[in-house]
Design a protein around this ligand. Structure first.
Ligand code: AMP
Ligand code: MG
Length: 330
């Protein structure tokens, strides 16, 4: 009787171990890419070969949903709200507008989700053209300002108060967060998501830490440093990402809500935070604020950390940056 029991236990453990090794052998490093939000989104993950495609598809679908709802294209939920000036908003859009308004007041308006009119005036995407006249900038600034936005009395939507929203500085981060959540819900714990500078890092790359590079803002093809970030989001915002040049002057896509002109705070900002939406908003705010005020803001939002490269190429870091973003060996 006892021998049988021992035999049964051995058999079960053997079968268990065999299954475990089989499932491990089945786990592959997979990379999937989609084009969305004007950039490439890449998911690199360690996942069971048979499920990898479905898992990636589900993660991309979440990010695509954010793009569809919060982009400034005709028919999006955001465009409808902008056109009507007020309205009820779905759970995702409500959450992002809420977070954006929190960051706007938290950054004393350096991050401002109500700059749509000003962004359209500068039309950075259009390529080389003369910058707008000072008078036009001043007139357009009157159509911005996060303090003008309020909740509808029933709390289910927003009243814009004459401004139009642009969530380009936070929605990509939110999309990355939803994609990360989707991967985790599907049982994937080792992955790196990269949506054109908005990253989320989890676990390891088959036992080795994930490695991410920081581009030289004046020579974006070159990396100046590589890091092994701790679990969380790493978002970079820079004046080299989208800009146009006119008569030898570079006009970047991050605008200073106070002057109405391209921000001059930094050439690039990299923020580490628990989630990508916060890191995204903070990175944009720091582009406007510059190293001194920017790092003060970061200190108020621990556990966030930042590395800023100023326009002279000098590096400024928050005190805890190296702990969450240790330099990689090579
Ligand atoms: P990011 O790449 O995250 O820094 O976002 C930049 C995008 O956000 C721009 O292309 C604009 O659509 C928008 N934007 C520009 N300036 C600001 C600002 N000061 N606050 C919030 N959004 C901004
Ligand atoms: Mg941003």
């Amino acid at each position: 009787m006892r021998r049988r029991l021992v035999f049964a236990i051995l058999l079960v453990s053997f079968a268990g171990a065999a299954l475990y090794f089989l499932s491990q052998a089945n786990r592959q490093l997979r990379r999937e890419t989609r084009f969305m939000m004007g950039t490439q989104m890449t998911v690199t993950m360690v996942a069971p070969a048979l499920d990898a495609e479905r898992i990636a598809r589900e993660a991309f679908a979440k990010a695509e949903m954010v793009d569809r709802e919060m982009g400034r294209r005709p028919g999006s939920e955001l465009t409808v709200l902008n056109d009507e000036g007020k309205g009820t908003t779905g759970p995702h859009l409500s959450k992002v507008i809420e977070a954006a308004l929190k960051w706007a007041s938290g950054s004393e308006g350096a991050f401002d989700p109500t700059l749509a009119a000003l962004i359209d005036l500068w039309a950075v995407e259009k390529g080389p053209h003369p910058p707008p006249a000072q008078k036009e900038i001043e007139e357009t600034l009157k159509l911005t300002g996060y303090e003008k936005v309020s909740r509808t009395p029933d709390g289910k939507g927003f009243v814009l108060g004459g401004v139009k929203l642009d969530l380009g500085a936070i929605a990509k981060g939110y999309a990355v967060d939803l994609a990360a959540e989707s991967l985790k819900n599907d049982g994937v714990s080792d992955f790196l998501i990269d949506a054109g500078g908005d990253l989320y890092i989890s676990g390891t790359k088959k036992g080795k830490p994930w490695k991410v590079g920081l581009a030289d803002p004046r020579e974006p093809g070159l990396l100046i440093m590589t890091f092994n970030p701790k679990e969380g989001a790493v978002v970079t915002s820079g004046d080299y990402e989208r800009y146009f040049e006119w008569e030898g002057v570079r006009y970047g896509h991050v605008l200073d809500p106070e002057t109405g002109r391209p921000a001059k705070g930094a050439a690039s900002v990299t923020v580490w935070a628990k989630n990508a939406a916060d890191a995204d908003a903070l990175a944009t705010a720091l582009m406007v604020l510059g190293p001194e005020k920017g790092l003060e803001l970061v200190a108020k939002h621990a556990p966030a950390e930042a590395l800023m490269i100023d326009r002279e190429g000098k590096i400024h870091k928050s005190p805890g940056f190296d702990a969450v973003m240790p330099r990689s060996a090579e």
